[in-house]
Design a protein around this ligand. Structure first.
Ligand SMILES: *Cc1c(COP(=O)(O)O)cnc(C)c1O
Length: 372
């Protein structure tokens, strides 16, 4: 079976985890700090805040930036549900924005412009599949409009200027992402005070953390705001410290495999559209394709599975989920609907080989001609 994604784990991770257990210090210690510093450094920024998921990162960055009830936040519908849930957690209202085009499935600036109101306070862009949105254009747009720019960078760690141009960026270390700590997340922000607020919100709103108190720098603490427990633990940070130095190599392998996919797909299944192109800056998190209009996607998924190939859909649009449909009826995003009807995600991870890609493309082609 060729799986859709697979974390790369081995002896180094095991050893790192054993060292934490032997140390007797399980959470919010030196390793969390070291992981934050290393993650910041690989993105060319000074500091970062580690949390226990990207969902927590999104929630806290919205909170730290002062987004709340009465505010509107522009969001894509083509994303994982957590992007939009985070907006609801802070009591703000998501406003769904269409994609640019079916071969550029990024949140559209033009559609965002048309959905601005006096209540619009922020936009969350999502680097779909690892392909970076045009951060320069988004920064220019948000600066002119006086709104905040947030990145859901769950698909795009350590690529281009991710995390450097926005007001806050959220990353994920869930097990199917480009690097993993099983569960985990990180916040990057250009403004120090945003990171400070995020740090405080992460740990119950307390004014000092356990490590500082343990080191004897503080004897008590105050609670200055309504905080949460979104801490990362030392076991996860230890895994992150082992995974992070390999991230660039893994991302590059993903890009190479994606380019090989593009080449073979254009040869064998020219009727398939592969969004973006080889030159687009990417962490190559996913290999999304658009099936020809009218093809039966579920039958193709089934055929691939019987041939030992896992595939998936990224994503069912959020405004189609019953919870959101009930809250926000009558939303129509024409390009998003078409994209989401035809999208199929093929396996992509660094332990795959070119011969795996070859087998997948040939099997996909067979599935198109298979009559059951
Ligand atoms: C995975 C993912 C998330 C959520 O990440 P968690 O770490 O599981 O909370 C958010 N947004 C996108 C786009 C994702 O792919």
């Amino acid at each position: 079976m060729i799986s859709l994604s697979a974390p790369i784990l081995g002896d180094e991770e095991k050893q790192a985890l054993c060292e934490v257990i032997d140390s007797g210090w399980l959470t919010m210690g030196d390793r969390v700090e070291a992981f934050e510093k290393a993650f910041a450094a690989i993105h060319g920024v000074a500091d970062a805040v580690a949390v226990n998921s990207c969902t927590a990162a999104l929630h806290l960055s919205l909170k730290a930036l002062g987004i709340g009830p009465g505010d509107e936040v522009l969001v894509p519908s083509l994303t994982f549900v957590a992007t939009v849930n985070a907006v609801l957690y802070v009591g703000a209202s998501p406003v769904f924005v269409d994609i640019e085009a079916i071969d550029i499935p990024h949140i559209s600036i033009d559609d965002a412009k048309s959905k601005m109101t006096s209540k619009t306070k922020a936009v969350i862009v999502m680097h779909y599949g690892g392909y970076l949105v045009d951060l320069k254009a988004w920064r220019a747009f948000t600066d002119v409009s006086g709104i905040l720019l947030l990145e859901d960078a769950a698909h795009a760690p350590a690529v281009g200027s991710v995390g450097r141009m926005s007001d806050a960026a959220s990353f994920s270390f869930f097990s199917n992402k480009n690097m993993s700590t099983a569960e985990g997340g990180m916040v990057l922000a250009t403004d120090k005070s945003v990171l400070e607020s995020t740090r405080r919100l992460r740990a119950h709103g307390m004014s000092t953390d356990t490590l500082t108190r343990h080191r004897g720098h503080a004897y008590s603490y105050d609670v200055t705001l309504l905080g949460y427990n979104y801490r990362m633990d030392e076991l996860r940070a230890a895994m992150g410290l082992v995974q992070l130095p390999r991230l660039h190599t893994w991302n590059n392998k993903r890009i190479e495999l994606s380019n090989f996919y593009r080449h073979l797909l254009s040869l064998h299944t020219p009727e398939v559209i592969v969004p973006f192109n080889e030159k687009h800056q990417t962490a190559a998190h996913l290999l999304p394709i658009l099936l020809p209009a009218g093809k039966n996607r579920l039958k193709i998924i089934d055929y691939l599975r019987k041939e030992g190939i896992q595939s998936s859909i990224h994503y069912p649009p959020i405004h189609h989920f019953s919870f959101f449909k009930e809250k926000y009826p009558c939303i129509i995003l024409q390009k998003t609907e078409v994209f989401c009807q035809r999208e199929l995600t093929l396996p992509l991870h660094p332990s795959m080989t070119e011969s795996d890609v070859n087998r997948i493309v040939l099997t996909l082609n067979n599935s198109f001609h298979y009559k059951s």
